[in-house]
Design a protein around this ligand. Sequence first.
Ligand code: PRP
Ligand code: URA
Length: 208
Amino acid sequence: MAAVHVSTHPLLVHKLAKLRAHDTPPPIFRELVYEISQVLFYEATRAVPLRDVPVRTPLVECVGKELDVKVGLVPVLRAGLGMANAMLDALPEAAVWHIGLYRDHATLKPVTYYNKLPAQPVMGLGIVLDPMLATGGSAIEAIRLLKQAGTPQVRFIGLIAAPEGVAALQAAHPDVDIYLAAVDSHLNELGYIVPGLGDAGDRQFGTT
Ligand code: PRP
Ligand code: URA
């Protein structure tokens, strides 16, 4: 069964309250998404493999380390975009592969409208990014597409999840570890996370 890591770092918990607040405007909302995502990215990459690399300091030759895996960031459009920016700034060598999915309002099922994943496997580690894990349908489909593209190791980073989404994702992809800032109470009758933060895409891009 996949592990679920929920960060309890006080600074992250502090920022999360501001992210949830209904009157946080899009510019601040985007900054908070950026800052929280970067912390989660460091946590999700804590155990990635390293290899030795020779380094000449101003004093001597020594041995340093560099990542021994090609990391691919896979933001789910739209709302995963702000998360990808934060992680790309932390690891500029990462590749970014976009997947476009939206959740049909009536059925709550994901509809794929864009897929730029590579035809051949190129990522050693693919990390799917989506702030909201609600029913789990979008994350499950994005990860299915990433695995279909031959990615050997996959992780999921989100900001807020419903217990229903976590359970669904664990059942569908038991090999994919999940990194989150919070697991909330439940989904409401419209499939929104409660207490949540509302619509993550609309709040980032000012389209409410
Ligand atoms: C939101 C969110 C996830 C999805 C989560 O996207 O960013 O992709 O809903 O819901 P699920 O777990 O029930 O699938 P939305 O469909 O609102 O698309 P948007 O980002 O384009 O607004
Ligand atoms: N998508 C969102 O943006 N928010 C939710 O609460 C659920 C799905």
